[in-house]
Design a protein around this ligand. Structure first.
Ligand SMILES: [Fe+2]
Ligand SMILES: [Fe+2]
Length: 273
């Protein structure tokens, strides 16, 4: 490959939210502007759920309008605030009706696999046997292509009770870990939902996670302890595939983009970002 592959992750814009201390529309607009400021432009943009706060058509229409300036291919997945049917109407995601929104996309040097962790009618997530079977079969179909796996609820213990109550059950996390351990091509797992950025190891430690957010607070923030770290801004997270490994940065800054741009002027032998 001649240059790194840059996938930008946005998450949890919650457009239409009337809680928190920020304007969800302004924050997503600012996040989009920061992505557009990257040079070179991202190769793909992932939005890891909770696009709209009430799953209203008007909210998704606003999300589409705000995302329109992005030139890179856009990939979305459902969060607990989203409606699968609405996502299908507004973003054309694969599948039918209220079936899980799950798909794989060939991004060139990378494969993106989207897994649906939404549990109907609840904020906590789930990865049932059918979804894990789908994941197993999907990963088995391309065992040699470096893969980024994306879902909404992070498959780890956050350490913040309010979020762990609406996370993935331990047995579901273990089930995911078992599948991932059998597929070493999964090089990164990314999620949303927690509105903060952290990383951890899953299973045998080959995979880590990053969460990005564009909303300052979640709808559960009122139940959080005062020690919950405050959100600092609406900046995206960048996952840069270097050919052999990922470099993940958050927040995304123009300096990251500038560094990429300078290095892309010449063939990259030991690329960095
Ligand atoms: Fe959220
Ligand atoms: Fe969420």
């Amino acid at each position: 490959m001649n240059r790194p592959f840059l996938l930008v992750q946005l998450s949890d814009p919650h457009v239409g939210a009337d809680w928190g201390d920020g304007d969800s529309v302004a924050r997503l607009a600012a996040a989009v502007a920061s992505v557009r400021a990257l040079e070179p432009n991202p190769d793909a943009v992932l939005i890891s759920g909770d696009l709209a706060d009430h799953a209203a058509d008007s909210e998704y229409e606003k999300v589409r309008e705000l995302l329109a300036p992005l030139e890179a291919p856009l990939y979305v997945l459902p969060g607990n605030h989203d409606d699968r049917l609405a996502l299908r109407r507004h973003f054309g995601v694969p599948g039918a009706e209220d079936q899980p929104v799950q798909y794989a996309a060939d991004l060139g040097p990378l494969r993106l696999v989207v897994l649906d962790s939404k549990r109907a009618g609840e904020d906590r997530g789930e990865l049932d046997a059918d979804r894990l079977s789908w994941l197993e079969a999907t990963l088995a179909a391309a065992p040699s292509i470096p893969t980024l796996l994306a879902l909404h609820q992070p498959p780890l213990v956050i350490g913040i009770p309010a979020f762990d109550e609406i996370g993935l059950p331990v047995e579901d996390r273990r089930g995911l870990g078992k599948v991932v351990e059998a597929h070493p091509q999964v090089r990164r797992i990314v999620a949303g939902h927690a509105h903060l950025t952290m990383s951890a190891e899953l299973g045998d430690g080959r995979s880590s996670q990053c969460r990005a957010r564009t909303s300052r607070r979640s709808s559960t923030s009122a139940r959080m302890k005062p020690s919950f770290p405050p959100s600092l801004g609406a900046l995206p997270c960048t996952h840069c595939w270097m050919g052999r490994s990922f470099r993940t940065s958050n927040p995304c800054s123009s300096r990251v983009g500038n560094a990429l741009s300078r290095r892309s002027a010449a063939p990259l032998r030991t690329p960095r970002c």
